[in-house]
Write a protein that binds this ligand. Structure first.
Ligand code: SF4
Length: 255
């Protein structure tokens, strides 16, 4: 894999996969240096670094949360041709899909809807009904993880809108790091931002957002696995409510 000014090996660097006595690989060095340099950088600088480093081998995934909309807002000014995709599981809210249209009108960025191999009806027929209630890990693996894996084979780096303060699972997310799960570099321009900072920018710049946020939904994913919050609940409590599951697996190292 070649990036501006550097040649990066495609195999995962052991020093980023797990603590290792081995000397850091060139990729590990590059990523560690970038991480140090960008730790206190503004999201726009981090996005610009990703664009300059990876060019058209950089992609971005979004579920159209306010964080993703903020990154798209910046990408529109920096590199509007960047391939941006959404995991269209077939279970998303209509409001989420309409937001895709509003983003396209506002920024000219057509977010690609990346779908699983089967439609919802085919999938449910195969499994004797929906799996999201009985086996959400399997459902997420089939309808999200497998799709991301397929898309990322075409890229060297991906960007996402995760924030460290969203959950314990995300608290250690580096700004730039090796994503061993998908075998690409992962860039999190908003890792250091808070929810308040995101919403401040959304309001100030009139960035389009999902209207469900005005109805008590905070973190929005697939409709069957998302509910509105009541006052005092953790921001991700509305996802897979009633189960121990807290992540679809895209951003965690454990599943
Ligand atoms: S969030 Fe729910 S419906 Fe969506 S893929 Fe995961 S389990 Fe299935």
């Amino acid at each position: 894999m070649t990036v501006t000014g550097s040649t990066i090996p495609t195999s995962p660097p052991p020093s980023l996969l797990a603590p290792s006595p081995l000397a850091p690989s060139p990729l590990a060095d590059i990523l560690a240096a970038a991480n140090r340099d960008l730790e206190a950088a503004e999201p726009v600088e981090i996005i610009r670094w990703g664009v300059e480093r990876f060019g058209d081998k950089l992609t971005m995934a979004t579920a159209f949360g306010p964080e993703g909309c903020v990154i798209i807002h910046h990408l529109a000014a920096i590199a509007p041709k960047t391939f941006v995709f959404n995991l269209e599981t077939g279970y998303q809210f209509p409001e989420t899909l309409l937001l895709r249209e509003r983003i396209a009108r506002r920024y000219g960025i057509e977010v690609s809807l990346e779908k699983p191999e089967t439609t919802v009806s085919q999938y449910e027929a195969l499994h004797g009904g929906p799996l999201h209630g009985r086996d959400p890990d399997r459902c997420c693996a089939d309808r999200k993880i497998a799709v991301v894996r397929r898309v990322l084979t075409r890229f060297d780096a991906w960007m996402s809108g995760i924030r460290r303060d969203q959950s314990p699972d995300r608290a250690a997310a580096p700004v730039v790091g090796w994503d061993a799960k998908f075998g690409v570099v992962k860039i999190s321009p908003l890792a250091n931002w808070t929810k308040a900072m995101i919403w401040d920018l959304v309001v100030r710049e009139d960035i389009p957002y999902n209207p469900l946020h005005d109805q008590g939904y905070v973190s929005i994913g697939c409709a069957p696995c998302t509910r509105a919050l009541v006052i005092g609940e953790d921001e991700r409590a509305g996802r897979w409510s009633g189960s121990v599951k807290t992540e679809c697996g895209l951003h965690s190292r454990t599943h």
